[in-house]
Design a protein around this ligand. Structure first.
Ligand SMILES: [Cu+2]
Length: 299
């Protein structure tokens, strides 16, 4: 496949060998191929269409440059007098139509696949708020908010005197890119997202997944992913949603399915204990207080 060859060539040029580009790097010029089959299809489309545009650009601007140089007035060129040529008009109508169809065909195929949320093994509801995200694992009690981490939040304050470069995780600068509680997801699992908002329009965007989806109050939008590679993937709200729009990052922690099942089971048990503690009568509250306290710690 031609697009795949372009992808490989670009990958080699960029100097990485198949490894997932988890975060954009300084001076990175191109988009990320991502960590899902769908994001790679999107990347391939992007490269295919980029190269089609490059070829068209070279042909059109090349022809213009040649004509301007070859038939310039100082060489005594005389302009042609005809104003209508049916053959030329048919050619310059039919060729662009063929090019558009050639681009629309793979793009439509990808869009249809992108919209197909059937047979998902896990559903996560995402709600955008000013200015944080809520994640609910449908069918469990796991339901938490994820907001800008404390380090970034303190540093961003006016005249905090703190150094943004000092906000790091594992040596990576995560200023305004880290959250207190990441969205934990399993790899190799079809995950369906239902996305909405509580106040204004937000947009949930993690570039390595290959799409972004608007979070609109009163509407439920859908999207899905199947992540290949475990890792920490970062994103941000991509819809101008108010004064702290720039301070609502997204972090996805993709872990192997077994590790995810363990995490979900444990977190669900804590959430259920906390709920039981809330609803418990006063006499029983003392015995459950410990469970509640540990649940609060875990939050
Ligand atoms: Cu937002």
């Amino acid at each position: 496949m031609m697009a795949r060859r372009f992808l490989t060539a670009t990958a080699l040029l960029a100097g990485y060998a198949g490894a997932a580009l988890a975060s954009p790097k300084p001076w990175q010029l191109n988009m990320t191929p991502g960590v899902t089959e769908m994001s790679r299809q999107v990347y391939d489309l992007h490269m295919l269409i980029l190269w089609i545009c490059v070829v068209i650009g070279v042909l059109v601007f090349g022809a213009m440059a040649y004509a301007m140089f070859k038939f310039r007035k100082s060489k005594g060129a005389v302009p042609a007098r005809w104003s209508h040529n049916t053959t030329a008009e048919i050619i310059w109508t039919v060729i662009p139509v063929l090019i558009l169809v050639a681009m629309a065909w793979p793009a439509t195929k990808t869009l249809i696949e992108m919209a197909d949320t059937d047979d998902a093994e896990l559903t996560v509801k995402i709600t955008g708020y000013q200015w944080l995200w809520r994640y609910e694992y449908v069918g469990t009690d796991v339901n938490f908010v994820s907001k800008l981490d404390r380090d970034s939040d303190r540093t961003r304050m006016l005249r905090s005197g703190l150094d943004p470069a000092a906000v790091t995780v594992d040596g990576e600068n995560t200023y305004l890119l880290n959250v207190d509680r990441p969205l934990v997801l399993p790899t190799d699992t079809k995950i369906r997202f239902v996305i909405t908002a509580n106040d204004v329009i937000h947009s949930w965007w993690v570039p390595v997944l290959g799409w972004k989806q608007d979070a609109i109050p009163g509407f439920i939008n859908e999207a899905w992913t199947r992540i290949d590679t475990p890792g920490t993937y970062r994103g941000q709200c991509a819809e101008l949603c108010g004064k702290d729009h720039g301070f609502m990052p997204i972090v996805v922690e993709a872990v192997p399915p077994a590790q995810f099942a363990a995490w979900l089971g444990e977190t669900d048990a804590i959430a259920k204990a906390a709920r039981a503690a809330e609803g418990a009568p006063a006499v029983a509250a003392a015995s459950i207080a410990d469970a509640g306290a540990s649940a609060a710690d875990a939050q």
